[in-house]
Design a binder for this molecule. Structure first.
Ligand code: HEC
Length: 56
């Protein structure tokens, strides 16, 4: 699907995947504060893409 996206959108998408991977690793370690920080980075990417490209 990435082939059909504008470059900027691809970048946000890639960053979201990286943030999600980091979140998954930290969450496994069991540090709640760090895990929530990581989760907030993931949701920032959601918002970035959705507001920039106006999908909901
Ligand atoms: C790279 C850009 C991008 C990122 C990052 C992104 N989204 Fe989306 N999102 C979209 C697009 C584009 C659609 C519309 C897809 C469609 O209509 O087929 C969508 C659709 C959705 C929908 C469905 C809305 C509906 O009315 O059907 C939800 C829910 C959603 N996204 C949540 C999220 C969440 C939660 C995250 C973060 C974990 C996220 N999105 C990250 C681009 C993105």
């Amino acid at each position: 699907m990435a082939t059909f996206m504008p470059k900027g959108m691809q970048a946000v998408g890639t960053e979201m995947h990286h943030a999600a991977s980091r979140f998954a690793l930290v969450a496994k370690e069991g540090d709640l504060v760090k895990a929530l920080e990581g989760l907030s980075l993931v949701t920032q990417q959601c918002v970035a893409c959705h507001t920039t490209y106006r999908v909901n």
